[in-house]
Design a protein around this ligand. Structure first.
Ligand code: DUC
Ligand code: ZN
Ligand code: ZN
Length: 473
């Protein structure tokens, strides 16, 4: 009799708390046994010499997001989740953008129309609130949280997206009552527009001025303000894409005061700097993202934030645009001023190899921290744990085999995203995901897509911090 659908044998299992040798028995898409010497299965996967990790969860990706007139994102759900799978991810969390005047349900219907049936890893949407009317906050949001959409992003900058402090307070209050976690894009919009106008008046329109018009105080001030607003309402908050020491210190100080503030950083803040935007010609546009990459001291600071636990999650902020494309980075308006260069960079496929190589292999972090930052903490933070984010009996069989010694050089030609470049071109890494399994199905094996269309949408429970707060009331 064949006991399991699949067993993964002979590998070294790594979770956020342990490293140990064992086999994994899988049936009906879930882990049903973890023990030595498992036998009898329909399929046996030999993981000798490999690390067996929980599949990566990338809780910050943008897919098919409307990005302004004449601008088109480089990835749809097919290409983005394909790239995610090749990069060792089994779940991604894209944003569902509410356009002004639109209901949240309408926005979700549109995104589900694009995503459902077209995903190769599991997906779970965050909402972006751009129009927090009393109806949206009072009726729509509670209903959607109950339906499993339990996180909301708000922006402090960008025309058409930014909320006033008053609107943020109202959104935080609604999130508190309905059990959602609020993610904040923290940059001071007035400061950016002041600096941008001044730069343009001086004729400074090249890509590099994107970085100099969004300096560190722009992010630090907004981070401080966002944390203060959350304190006024007494709710947890997640500060996403933190790029530098000063913003990070705001999070650390808030925690010292007992505030439940979470932090996220991304690969661009570890391996890129503002100098990358200052390259000959228009090439700097390839690195335009917000907040912008900073300097080497900021990179060191972000590593400190990773090793000292200021950052709970490490995400890609995958937000891809093609470079050689008038609907992408070479949009005609962007040639006139950095202001119009589509804002974002691809990274869903390279997030894990970069952190593995720069972090684990270079001795900055251990394997447990790697797993926590790339999978377990995402699941815990956003209400997916323990179904997702770990290797345990009862969890989904979302498993990635890593060859810890495989050497690769990141190059556009080996990637699967829809962008036509990678900002990480030429970075040499050691360690590479060689097999990705989603709920027991092998999706990618040895660089080949083995099965398509496996991904489903995940409804989530209340994020851990939000329920903890509710428990204490
Ligand atoms: N914020 C993001 O989270 N992603 C891309 C661009 C941005 O401003
Ligand atoms: Zn953002
Ligand atoms: Zn983003």
């Amino acid at each position: 009799m064949s006991g399991f659908d699949t067993i993964v044998t002979g590998g070294t299992i790594v979770t956020a708390s342990d490293t140990f040798q064992a086999d994994i028995g899988i049936s009906d898409g879930r882990i049903v046994a973890i023990a030595e010497g498992l036998e009898s299965a329909g399929t046996v996967i030999d993981a000798s010499g490999k690390l067996v990790l929980p599949g990566g969860i990338d809780s910050h990706v943008h897919i098919s997001q409307p990005s302004g007139p004449g601008v088109v994102m480089a990835d749809d759900f097919d290409s983005a989740t394909r790239a995610a799978a090749f990069g060792g991810n089994t779940t991604v969390m894209p944003f569902c953008l509410q356009q002004k005047g639109q209901s949240l349900r309408e926005a979700l219907t549109w995104y589900h129309g694009l995503a459902d049936g077209n995903c190769h890893v599991d997906v779970s949407f965050h909402l972006i609130l751009s129009d927090p009317t009393p109806h949206v906050l009072g009726q729509e949001l509670p209903a959607l949280v109950a339906d499993g959409y339990s996180s909301v992003k708000v922006f402090m900058t960008y025309d058409g997206l930014k909320l006033s402090d008053r609107e943020i307070l109202e959104t935080l209050t609604a999130a508190k009552t309905s059990g959602a976690l609020v993610l904040v894009h923290a940059e001071n919009d007035d400061a950016i527009s002041f600096l941008r106008d001044r730069a343009e008046d001086a004729g400074d329109t090249a890509p590099k001025f994107h970085a100099s018009t969004r300096p560190v105080p722009v992010e630090r001030e907004a981070t401080h303000r966002a944390i203060s607003l959350a304190e006024i309402v007494d709710v947890p908050i997640m500060i996403v894409h933190v790029s530098n020491r000063e913003a990070m210190e705001e999070i650390r100080r808030a925690r010292e005061r007992g505030r439940p503030v979470f932090g996220e950083t991304c690969p661009q803040y570890l391996v890129l700097t503002a100098e990358d935007l200052d390259t000959a010609g228009f090439d700097g546009a390839k690195y335009v993202c917000s907040p912008p990459p900073r300097d080497t001291d900021s990179q060191i600071a972000c590593w400190e934030g990773i090793t000292t636990g200021v950052f709970d999650v490490f995400s890609s902020d995958h937000c891809p645009f093609r470079y050689e494309d008038v609907e992408g980075k070479k949009h005609p308006d962007g040639q006139k001023s950095f202001r119009w260069i589509p804002n974002g960079i691809p990274g869903v496929e390279t997030r894990l190899p970069i952190l593995f190589s720069e972090g684990v292999k270079k001795g900055r972090i251990d394997l447990q921290t790697f797993v926590a930052l790339t999978a377990t903490n995402h699941a815990k933070t956003y209400g997916l744990y323990p179904k997702k984010g770990t290797i345990a009996v009862g969890s989904d069989a979302d498993i990635v085999l890593w060859d810890p010694d495989r050497k690769e050089t990141i190059r556009q030609e080996i990637l699967h995203h829809g962008a036509d470049y990678t900002p990480y071109e030429g970075i040499a890494v050691t360690g590479w995901p060689v097999l990705t399994m989603v709920r027991g199905k092998v999706v990618v094996s040895d660089g080949v897509m083995a099965e398509t269309g496996t991904g489903v949408h995940l409804q989530r429970g209340s994020p851990a911090a939000v329920s903890a707060l509710a428990d204490n009331v």
